[in-house]
Ligand binder design. Structure first.
Ligand code: FAD
Length: 393
């Protein structure tokens, strides 16, 4: 069978309001996230609460929430541009933004029941709540239909037992958006549900995982020991019991792929900017290293890859914002930007040379963060599998 035809693509200028948003965030990042502070936050695995509180006054978390729930109306292209600009400072501001605007605002706008939307979305739009993502488990990575965290209905309550791994930011989030097995394991895709579990519920216990990348926070192992939540906390309401796979494979997941892609793209852009400037300032053998062909070629190729990555990311974001089918485009964007992000990181690291391995530059953090991008948020191999299956290969 022939490959499916590619859709036509046209290009337009970025809307003016997004350009203004970028300028505002650039000024904010320059003023509030200096390099010394970024180094310390990364060492401490933490993000700056005071700086984020200031950022929150700009109302950016409203960009994923419909107007009727107190949001700015969903503007996914703008929200992705916000992540790209915040990522110029690494994940210290982009990370917490995603926990509110995407894990919370985007997911509940798409999948929440009428009651959940009314209760949570206005607070998410104001940036008052943080959500963590509870998908992975000690024995479950890419194969999410195999989760073993169990949930059973008891009257109008759900009782949860099990463990989640890599539940990033669970210790400071208000709720964990948790994928649970709600029926016999053999039914695989037909007995999964999502439940909102308050992080302060009795029976929830956590342990830090320290890691090399995305160190705006520690990640957590989270244990659930007969945790009870109201059945109203089933995402989408009680009618969505055992319907979790539909939520996982729906539009919210398409957008979820873009949010981590935007972080990868933003950090790759920051890495290239740093190497580009350095190459013009550093003199060896009597001239700036940017005048040595091996270096200039590295930078030019990296910039070309970055431009291709930009097109893929924003085209997929535009499709998602228009409500058009975009499962293939979001998977392609995640795959391409994450893989090319690693290539850009390694090329830029070479340009800066020994200093790229010290904290004299942001590069050592950029490299750590970009190396993880083909793994987190659905690995590159998972995206290839998704695409092969979408295209019925
Ligand atoms: C810093 C960090 C933060 C994270 N935050 C979160 C979070 O907030 N919430 C959350 O739920 N998870 C989180 N994760 C987990 C992350 O999403 C998983 O690491 C990811 O899904 C991959 O799972 P795994 O590492 O267990 O790899 P596995 O699934 O065990 O795979 C290992 C390797 O085998 C390959 N592979 C596996 N199966 C196949 C196949 N069928 N075909 C081809 N190749 C295959 C994979 O691509 C990978 O290269 C985080 C991880 C990190 C490092």
């Amino acid at each position: 069978m022939m490959a499916p035809p590619l859709p036509p693509v046209t290009f337009t200028d970025e809307p003016e309001h997004i350009g203004q948003l970028r300028d505002t965030i650039r000024r904010f990042v320059a003023a509030h996230a200096p390099r010394d502070a970024r180094i310390q936050w990364d060492r401490d695995h933490r993000w700056p609460r005071d700086v984020y509180a200031e950022l929150n006054k700009l109302g950016l978390t409203a960009l994923t929430v419909p107007e009727e729930y107190g949001g700015a109306g969903q503007d996914l292209v703008a929200a992705i541009a916000v992540i790209e600009e915040l990522a110029q400072a690494g994940p210290c501001l982009a990370g917490p933004y995603i926990h509110t605007a995407f894990y919370g605002g985007m997911n509940l706008s798409e999948n929440g029941s009428a009651e959940q939307k009314a209760e949570f979305l206005p607070r998410l739009a104001r940036g008052e709540l943080f959500f963590a993502y509870g998908l992975s488990e000690p024995d479950v990575g890419g194969d999410l239909a195999s989760v073993t965290t169990r949930a059973r209905l008891e009257g109008d309550e759900v009782v949860i037992d099990g463990a989640k791994r890599w539940c990033t930011g669970a210790d400071w989030s208000d709720y964990i958006y948790t994928l649970v097995r709600s029926g016999p394991a053999e039914d695989r895709y037909r007995n999964l549900s999502f439940v909102l579990i308050p992080t302060n519920a009795p029976g929830v216990r956590m342990q830090d995982i320290h890691h090399a990348n995305l160190r705006y926070t520690a990640s957590q192992d989270v244990y659930f020991d007969s945790v009870r939540v109201p059945a109203a906390n089933i995402v989408g309401g009680p009618a969505m019991w055992n319907q979790g796979w539909k939520l996982l494979a729906g539009r919210a997941l398409d957008v979820e792929k873009l949010e981590i892609t935007a972080v990868a793209f933003g950090i790759a852009r920051a890495a290239l900017d740093e190497a580009w400037d350095y190459a013009q300032a550093r003199v060896q053998f009597g001239k700036p290293i940017s005048q040595h062909q091996a270096v200039r070629h590295k930078l030019v190729v990296a910039r070309t890859k970055l431009q291709a990555a930009r097109h893929m990311l924003y085209h997929a974001a535009w499709l998602a914002n228009e409500g058009r089918p975009c499962s293939a485009e979001t998977s392609m964007a995640k795959l391409f930007v994450a893989d090319v992000g690693v290539e850009i990181a390694l090329a830029c690291q070479q340009v800066i040379g020994s200093y790229a391995l010290s904290d004299a530059f942001d590069m050592e953090r950029h490299v750590r963060d970009l190396l993880g991008m083909p793994i987190v948020g659905g690995s590159s191999d998972m995206q290839k599998n998704n695409l092969a299956s979408l295209w019925k290969l």
